[in-house]
Write a protein that binds this ligand. Structure first.
Ligand code: F6P
Length: 492
């Protein structure tokens, strides 16, 4: 990223890099945005001239947006660099429909293949209403903010993120035909037939919106291929021979795949924190001989319940491990305004209790379930696992599989779902599992615990070297190069 001036960039995502709250004394406090996407994009702010457009989500965000006259304002990143933030204060009822009816229980479920189709989805009046009065309205709000920022900063490139914003690029393209637009989809893209669960008008609008960009990016070749197939099948796009572009509505759209990554140095530094050291002491005091770790949001796509069942099966098959091994599950409670997520959290608690009731005793709790967002504890656990279980049903990438090995001190083994995007990069240094196969997962846990020391060392070093070579800086450089190439492609 060195050797040229700062590029004008408008980053657009539902969640922003900063949010606001009042503390107990009534003072406004700024919170660092969380989630993989935000962490990954943070370094953009230090290197480029960034305006970030995001939703005003809480009350204090809305107050900040109002004070700024619904315009952008200057904000300081953690490393001291300045950027502009523009919070869009949507109508709360529209936002609720957008987030709690369309984006998460519909698009997220669809894109992770989470429905049992005999039961769901019901495309009922509620969903249609939420699509029109929620998803479309919020996307219009984002598009208007982008257009107004483009008028302020002509020539800036716009970088949309994720499944919340599929309709906005078309609206911006119609208003500013020459704008340079890129969109990165951080979650899986399913095969064309699964998109047919949505009515024609909705699935068309989604594909049409994405294809209004100059560049559409995915983490893996697999999701990229599915997108090209569904663009061809559902809206008649013509796929380029190299399968890295599509012709649609008289324009050429570059379709790329670059797996996102982390900043290993940042993790090493964060792990020095006193809170991490204290969490390590707590873990060490209760540490079993062998530790199997999982770290996830409580999301059905993460396959937590099957992970516990597989661990139970492993315990049934290996009585010699009773009392010697614990599965530590560090789970961040997620999206608890959505019924499916509330039920899933209940199922998680029940599945953990089942294993503990059946096998536990004499001071041994086989599943140590901790449901809270506790970053220092996560970093401490990264240091000490023997096995890291990532068994997602489907996952766009999964950054845990890249972060944890950076800090691990026990040559821990990665057990990895073949449906996690990161499998495309890391499979040669991991034990692959089919996320639905409980028997296979139980066997994989056993194999991982028994893997010879030399192999364990070789595998974790393989992962570390790969992540260092392909760190977040490389991903960002790839995105910026794609935006340049996308503009050139569209002009041809
Ligand atoms: O996985 C894609 C992603 O955008 C993550 O970056 C983020 O953690 C999550 O989805 C957003 O979900 P939520 O709205 O629950 O924070």
């Amino acid at each position: 990223m060195a050797g040229r001036g700062r590029r004008k960039l408008i980053v657009v995502s539902n969640r922003g890099p900063a949010s606001y709250e009042r503390d107990e004394a009534g003072e406004r406090v700024t919170r660092r945005g969380s989630g993989g996407l935000i962490t990954a994009l943070r370094s953009l702010v230090s290197h480029e001239d960034v305006t970030w457009i995001a939703s005003a989500i809480g009350d204090e965000d809305r107050a900040v947006a109002a004070e700024a006259g619904d315009e952008g304002f200057e904000e300081r990143a953690e490393d001291g660099s300045l950027y502009r933030l523009r919070l869009v204060a949507h109508d709360p009822r529209s936002y609720d429909r957008f987030y709690n009816t369309v984006a998460n229980p519909t698009l997220w479920f669809l894109q992770h293949y989470l429905w049992a189709l005999g039961d769901a989805p019901d495309v009922d009046e509620l969903l249609i209403e939420a699509w029109e009065g929620g998803y479309a309205v919020i996307n219009r709000g984002f598009a208007d903010a982008v257009v107004s920022e483009l008028d302020r900063m002509p020539g800036a490139a716009v970088f949309f993120h994720d499944y919340h914003l599929y309709l906005a690029p078309r609206l911006v393209r119609d208003a500013r035909p020459d704008a340079r637009l890129g969109h990165f989809v951080h979650i899986p893209w399913p095969q064309p037939d699964y998109w047919r669960t949505l009515p024609d008008a909705m699935r068309r609008a989604i594909h049409d919106g994405l294809l209004a960009n100059d560049v559409v990016g995915f983490h893996t070749r697999r999701w990229r291929g599915n997108f090209l197939d569904s663009a061809a099948e559902l809206v008649g796009a013509t796929v380029g021979a190299a399968r890295d572009s599509a012709e649609y509505a008289g324009r050429r759209v570059l379709v790329t795949s670059h797996p996102i990554s982390v900043d290993p140095g940042e993790f090493e530094e964060l792990a020095q924190d006193d809170a991490v050291v204290a969490a390590e002491r707590e873990l060490a005091a209760r540490r079993p001989e062998r530790l199997v770790l999982r770290v996830d949001r409580t999301d059905p796509s993460k396959n937590i319940v099957r992970g516990f069942r597989a661990f139970g099966l492993f315990l049934e098959q290996h009585p010699e491990m009773h009392g010697r091994v614990v599965m530590l599950a560090l789970l961040d409670p997620s999206r608890q305004d959505i019924a499916e997520y509330v039920q899933y959290l209940e199922a998680i608690r029940a599945a953990a209790a089942q294993v503990n009731e059946r096998f536990g005793g004499n001071g041994w709790l086989p599943v140590d379930l901790r449901i809270r967002d506790d970053f220092p504890q996560t970093l401490a656990a990264y240091r000490h696992y023997d096995v890291l279980l990532v068994n997602a049903v489907y996952d766009g990438l999964n950054l845990i599989a890249k972060e944890a090995p950076i800090l691990n001190e026990r040559d821990g083994v990665l057990v990895l779902s073949e449906n996690a995007g990161v499998h495309e990069e890391l499979s040669r240094w991991a034990i692959t599992v089919n996320p639905f196969d409980l028997v296979g997962q139980a066997r994989a846990i056993h194999e991982a615990l028994e893997l010879p020391a030399a192999e364990r060392r070789e595998w974790i070093e393989g992962i570390r070297a790969h992540v260092r070579r392909h760190d977040i800086g490389v991903w960002i450089a790839d995105q910026l190069a794609d935006l340049d190439a996308g503009e050139a492609a569209a002009e041809r």
